[in-house]
Write a protein that binds this ligand. Structure first.
Ligand SMILES: CC(C)(COP(=O)(O)OP(=O)(O)OC[C@H]1O[C@@H](n2cnc3c(N)ncnc32)[C@H](O)[C@@H]1OP(=O)(O)O)[C@@H](O)C(=O)NCCC(=O)NCCS
Length: 246
């Protein structure tokens, strides 16, 4: 396993289910685990690297879901180890809303695409972190009007055509990360119209929330991490504002 962005050669061989990189970020540690193509069941030797309860959890899934669940847990173990947390006795299970249930004191978030599972581990002292991986060759401009608020759509449409999807992709990744950071605290679903993401640069966004008036307000922070292959990992950290607490 290599530390991404620490001057390692890029010619390392990637093997399915073998953690291939870890990256220290401002909020904690990210780890990546390559996933195999296809629908083959996860082998007993890979399941054997999980906590026994995680292995049961993964075995109850089929096809790609089983591969994602196993890969996400392997990434969690790699990230926790690089973060310096002993999670050998902690199975990373999930609640009925799929929220990953990390050990006390830690914030854990997962994201995956066809070829890669990524986990984040950090302390929960400053809030819960959500992560999302987006990008790749496919232009998914068709989702633009679903992901953007009207004022975001106007800003996107004012861009040259080639810049529109990359801009929406950043908003999309940040909004999914917002959801993973806030929904476990808020305890309900909220859609893409609940946040405005202003893209200041490839490294910097600002977020304005539009939750219900009765909802808590959240202090938000974010980090954008670009992988060597051009894909983006958005990280959002959220905690209830001290001023909003009763
Ligand atoms: C839940 C959601 C964000 C997951 O994103 P996705 O692209 O389907 O999947 P990803 O691969 O990025 O992430 C999957 C992981 O997200 C995590 N996750 C799922 N639901 C979650 C929730 N409610 N809270 C926190 N984490 C959650 C799980 O750990 C899951 O991993 P798993 O495979 O082990 O179950 C997405 O399906 C969704 O419902 N989006 C609409 C809500 C939204 O984004 N609103 C915008 C608010 S501004």
């Amino acid at each position: 396993m290599r530390f991404l962005g620490a001057g390692y050669d890029d010619d390392c061989v990637t093997e399915p289910f073998v953690p291939s990189w870890v990256k220290r970020v401002r909020f904690g540690v990210l780890a990546g685990v390559p996933l195999p193509a296809g629908l083959e069941p996860v082998s007993p030797s890979v399941l054997g690297q999980l906590h026994p309860r995680e292995a049961v959890f993964a075995s109850e899934e089929r096809g790609r879901r089983q591969i994602e669940v196993a890969g996400g847990r392997l990434a969690f173990r790699a990230a926790a180890s690089a973060f310096g947390a002993d999670v050998s006795a902690w199975p990373l299970l999930a609640d009925s809303a799929r929220v990953p249930l990390g050990p006390p004191g830690l914030s854990v978030s997962l994201t995956h695409k066809e070829d890669l599972a990524i986990a984040f581990v950090g302390t929960s002292d400053a809030g819960l972190v959500g992560i999302d991986l987006e990008g790749g060759p496919r232009d998914r401009s068709a989702i633009m009007s679903r992901v953007c608020r009207p004022e975001e759509l106007s800003a996107v449409q004012a861009l040259p055509e080639a810049g529109r999807w990359p801009n929406v992709m950043i908003r999309f990744a940040v909004k999914e990360a917002i959801y993973k950071a806030i929904a476990p605290q808020l305890g309900r679903f909220f859609g893409f119209q609940a946040a405005r993401v202003d893209v200041e640069s490839k490294e910097r966004v600002s977020i304005t929330m539009f939750l219900e008036a009765t909802d808590p307000t959240y202090e938000l922070d974010n980090e954008l991490v670009w992988l060597d292959d051009g894909r983006l990992i958005a990280l959002v950290r959220a905690r209830v504002s001290a001023s909003a607490k009763p």
